[in-house]
Write a protein that binds this ligand. Structure first.
Ligand code: C2E
Ligand code: MG
Ligand code: MG
Length: 710
């Protein structure tokens, strides 16, 4: 084959081609299609030396071996080039190192002075990066379009430049219509004069977040949480706006408030609202009567006729009371079978009113053609004679109620001024409790707390048990309030702390998996100035990592001395101790309050833990609490989980942990130890945490919780 004619400045051309950089391949073919030259980049890509490829037909060189272009297409291109036509196409080439390159390939003819084709120049440019960027861009666009949040792009002038499908749905507009609007058209709090200021603020800070309401095209306003971030590039500056529709959350919040203040069964104000309203009434009314009414032996009805009849009786009694008192009187359901009636400026002696209530309660109640007879007992205290605080009055009315019950029930009794320690039942318990610690009648049981992501036991709650030699087992709900009032709780609480910390240390020493021990604190303990330091000392003395220890407090406990309680909790958290807010959803629970508390875990009270049969509305309350807690960086543990359905529902709603009879009740240390050794856990199939938003929950059929089989 003849050497290249001198018309081609050979050396210069090669130099140029070699300096084109690693992403441009170039070569030279003679008119027989033989490769005469290939630049460094092209040779390196296939790992060949010039000797291995030069002099071969171009279409048999390694570049084309691992290429997705057909031979016929290449030959067509070569034939075309010989006729003087240029071709260009995209090919994918495999390199010696195994990488796949996307190349923009072209084959050009090079003409001699006489217009004949002398050479063919194949060249290829690596466009992989560009392709990847385009692919990435497409993915991003897709994600933005599919996002459930409404997303907008806004220019410095306030004009909407882009909007995703969710934004169109939110405003009820087609995209073209939406893109004709400006921020002042959609944000109710921004008008034309304010926009430049908002943009300036965004420009200074880089991002903004605020609540506002936006305008739907039909005119109504939608509350929204808006986050804006500034996007600056060489060529443009715009704002990326994310609008979170708050309607569902607001409705859930209203519902939570309702739930936190009203009793579901009767619709009457509950204990919390009773406290609030009684406080207000006492401030404004010169005289107030407080009547506490309890159904006599209601448990018999509940157990004997079933809870449905029990519920119906409670509803009927609630209605009868409401129908008997005046409209300005307050009727509340304080507890299971306990009602409280508050009468500002009672028109006749409270005892008369009580008598009327006894009479109407004693009338037969018909439930499903069944005649039920019930009586009640009433205790009365009056302000200001018996006190002027809600607490005192209720306690004294209770003492009077106890008196009425002692005197044979079905009657009313007025607080007589006898100190409430005179209550014989309580007194007996108090004396017994004083001996309980000394005589080692107290014990701790431990209830597992289980993680809802992987199903394993992550902690236990220490729960106090009292076995009295003659009175038998006495429930904490009965003796802890007495221990509180008498101050015995301090000594008992100390004992609980020591015992629980020792147990946790023993388990760790025995080589069991890391496990957090949670202890319930009492209001009195929180009032002790050195509580946090004492706990720190006990942990250090035992050598227990504070991260394996937790405390549980309730909101009502914090109220007595909020600042000190918060200080304690902060100090404990600083050590690594986990703080849980117990019984959330009962008593004083308030969402705004939650934000101010140094808390790691919110424990949803079992009364707010829905079952699969629960109304969608109730589930949305639980979900709202979970969402809110997560926004405040808190975890959520659901208490009192009694069925597989509840556990699955909670897992599907992103609840973090659970405890309850379904997994295990509180058990002696030895039993818990066996569970830990056996790796007892929830079946992972039950914890399929697919996002169930907007779809019906499917609960897996079986939830074997046997030993860990991994
Ligand atoms: P808590 O801290 O909210 O404890 C949870 C209560 O719910 C425990 O009752 C537990 O046995 C019960 N429970 C657990 N799972 C279920 C379930 O699935 N269904 C139902 N219906 N109940 C379940 P317990 O042991 O009777 O304790 C009652 C309360 O007494 C505790 O409520 C806590 O406030 C208090 N308490 C218990 N031990 C201590 C203690 O050592 N110190 C203090 N200060 N209070 C304690
Ligand atoms: Mg607790
Ligand atoms: Mg609780």
């Amino acid at each position: 084959m003849a050497s290249p004619p001198s018309a081609i400045p050979e050396m210069t051309l090669q130099e140029v081609m070699d300096r084109l950089g690693p992403s441009i391949f170039a070569g030279l073919l003679d008119t027989d299609g033989i490769l005469r030259y290939a630049n460094q980049a092209a040779l390196q890509a296939i790992g060949s030396t010039p000797e291995q490829v030069l002099g071969r037909r171009f279409d048999t060189t390694p570049w084309w071996k691992a290429c997705d272009l057909s031979q016929s297409r290449l030959q067509q291109a070569m034939a075309g080039a010989l006729r003087g036509e240029a071709s260009r196409f995209d090919v994918r080439v495999a390199t010696a190192s195994g990488a796949a390159l996307s190349m923009d390939f072209s084959l050009l003819p090079l003409f001699g002075p006489d217009g004949r084709v002398l050479w063919l120049i194949p060249s290829a440019r690596d466009v992989s990066e560009r392709e990847q960027a385009q692919h990435q861009l497409q993915l991003t666009r897709h994600a933005v379009e599919q996002a459930s949040d409404a997303l907008l792009q806004v220019g410095p002038d306030g004009a909407l430049r882009d909007a995703n499908a969710a934004a169109c749905r939110l405003f009820g507009l087609e995209r073209e219509q939406l893109l004709r609007l400006r921020v002042p058209d959609i944000d109710t709090q921004i008008d034309e004069t304010r926009w430049p200021q908002r943009w300036h603020e965004l420009y200074e800070r880089g991002s903004l977040r605020f609540e506002t309401s936006v305008r739907h095209q039909e005119g109504h306003e939608i509350p929204a949480d808006v986050s804006i971030s500034l996007v600056k590039s060489d060529t443009e500056t715009f704002a990326h706006v994310c609008i979170d529709d708050l309607r569902e959350r607001r409705a859930a919040e209203r519902r939570i408030r309702q739930l936190l203040q009203f009793d579901e069964l009767t619709g009457l104000p509950n204990r919390q609202l009773l406290f609030e309203r009684l406080g207000t009434i006492l401030q404004t009314s010169a005289q107030t009567a407080v009547l506490v009414l309890e159904l006599d032996r209601f448990k018999r009805i509940n157990d004997g006729l079933g809870p449905t009849v029990g519920d119906a009786v409670l509803r009927e009694v609630a209605q009868r009371i409401a129908a008997t008192v005046r409209s300005i009187d307050l009727v509340a359901r304080r507890d299971g079978d306990e009602f409280v009636i508050v009468m500002p400026a009672p028109p006749l002696p409270a005892l008369h009113m009580a008598q009327a209530l006894l009479d109407i309660a004693a009338r037969p109640i018909w439930i499903e053609e069944q005649e039920v007879h019930i009586t009640c007992s009433i205790g009365i205290a009056t302000a200001p004679a018996d006190g002027d605080h809600a607490d005192t009055l209720l306690r004294r009315a209770n003492a009077a109620l106890h008196q009425a019950k002692l005197q044979g029930r079905n009657q009313a009794s007025v607080y007589s001024g006898a100190p409430h320690d005179d209550d014989p039942e309580r007194l007996a318990l108090e004396i017994a409790l004083r001996h309980a610690l000394r005589d080692e009648q107290l014990d701790l049981h431990y209830q597992p707390q289980v993680d809802l992501v992987h199903g394993r036991i992550v902690g236990v709650e220490a729960l106090l048990r009292w076995q009295h030699p003659t009175l038998g087992r006495i429930a904490p709900d009965r003796f802890i309030p007495i221990a509180e009032e008498t101050g015995l709780i301090v000594a008992i609480g100390d004992w609980v702390l020591r015992r629980a910390i020792d147990q946790a240390t023993d388990w760790q020493r025995a080589g069991l998996p890391p496990l957090r021990m949670a202890v319930n604190l009492s209001a009195r303990q929180l009032l002790q100035p050195d509580l946090a330091r004492r706990i720190e000392g006990l942990l250090a003395a035992a050598g227990l990592d504070p991260r394996l220890f937790g405390v549980e407090v309730t909101e009502s406990m914090l109220i007595a001395n909020f600042d000190q309680a918060v200080q304690h909790l902060k100090a404990l958290r600083a050590l690594g101790v986990e703080v849980s807010l117990d019984d959330f959803g009962t008593g004083y629970s308030s969402l705004s309050y939650l934000r101010r508390l140094p808390v790691d875990v919110v424990k949803i009270d079992r009364s707010l833990v829905p079952d699969v049969t629960a109304l969608a509305e109730d589930v949305s309350i639980t979900r709202a609490i979970i969402t809110m807690a997560h926004q405040l960086q808190m975890k959520v543990l659901a208490e009192g989980v009694e069925s597989e359905g509840q556990a699955a529902l909670l897992a599907a709603n992103q609840c973090d942990q659970m405890q309850g009879y379904w997994f295990s009740s509180a058990q002696p240390a030895a039993v818990v130890e066996t569970m830990l050794r056996d790796g007892l856990r929830i079946d992972p199939a039950l914890l399929d945490r697919r996002d169930q938003r907007g779809s019906d929950l499917q609960v897996p059929r079986r939830a074997l919780h046997g030993p860990d089989r991994q």
